[in-house]
Ligand binder design. Sequence first.
Ligand SMILES: [Zn+2]
Length: 318
Amino acid sequence: MASTPEFQHTVGKTASLSGTALHTGEKVSLKLHPAPVGYGIKFKRKDLQDEPTIDARIDNLKTVERATTIGEGSVRVHTVEHVLAALSAMDVDNAIVEMDANEPPIGDGSAQLYVDLIKRAGVTVQEEPRKFFDVREPMHVESKTGALLVLLPDEKFRISCTQAGPNNRFTQFLSMEVTPTAFEREIAPARTFVYYEDVQPLMEKNLIKGGSLENAIVVRGEAVLSKEPLRFADEFVRHKILDIIGDLALVGRRIRGHVVAVKPGHATNAELVRALAREQTRRSAIAVPRAMPTGDGGSRLMNHFFRGISPVIRSCRA
Ligand SMILES: [Zn+2]
């Protein structure tokens, strides 16, 4: 959609949709508004007094169980990953996501409704350059449950993902470069899938009031239960990639690197984002000396400064 990848983008005009929230089962309206350069993505709770906003940044991550929840103070927004994935992959850097509930509409469990929303709003280029996170050397995070995420240097944003269910059933692999076109065609339509044994206790506790075969694929043993047939033979790994894109959007920068993911989940995705944020903080600290004293003290500081960044220069790709 956008043809100027070095510059920030926002939506051309406000567009809206409504639907059902997954966890509360309540009706929710969502409006996507344009925002100025450097704004990032912020969720606005129109239903609360003073209409507080929550920055979609890793510092505001609260919980990662089943879905990604962000918050500031006592205000929360749940299940942000699908709308964030669509915004990020469709090239939107700056936008206000205004809602009258604590969760965006789940739609059919995919990101299709958000791609459609963004296309209705349009995507327009802005005057400021984008901020990138360039992966300079391999990084990785892993969990006790066998999830592994490796990030490798690459000039593009790529994801190679292996998904595996219980006893390695439904093992699927897909590797792709994340572009608006590829996201819209290959990833956005992939729906949420859940294992029956995981959702059964939640259904009994009434914790997923809006959950149904309308918005999730349920896997029970070898059986795949869904309202309509699978949209892709490997729909599960595509949805895993969707969630990775959405969670990594919490970095707040465009990633140039290759994510190699094995059995990923929201918790490990968030760990990788935290690692990226720490690395970005480290880089920012060495890139901007606060003050430059004159005389010998200044040259000593300069020497120290350049010693500090030399490994980074060595590992930087041409
Ligand atoms: Zn998801």
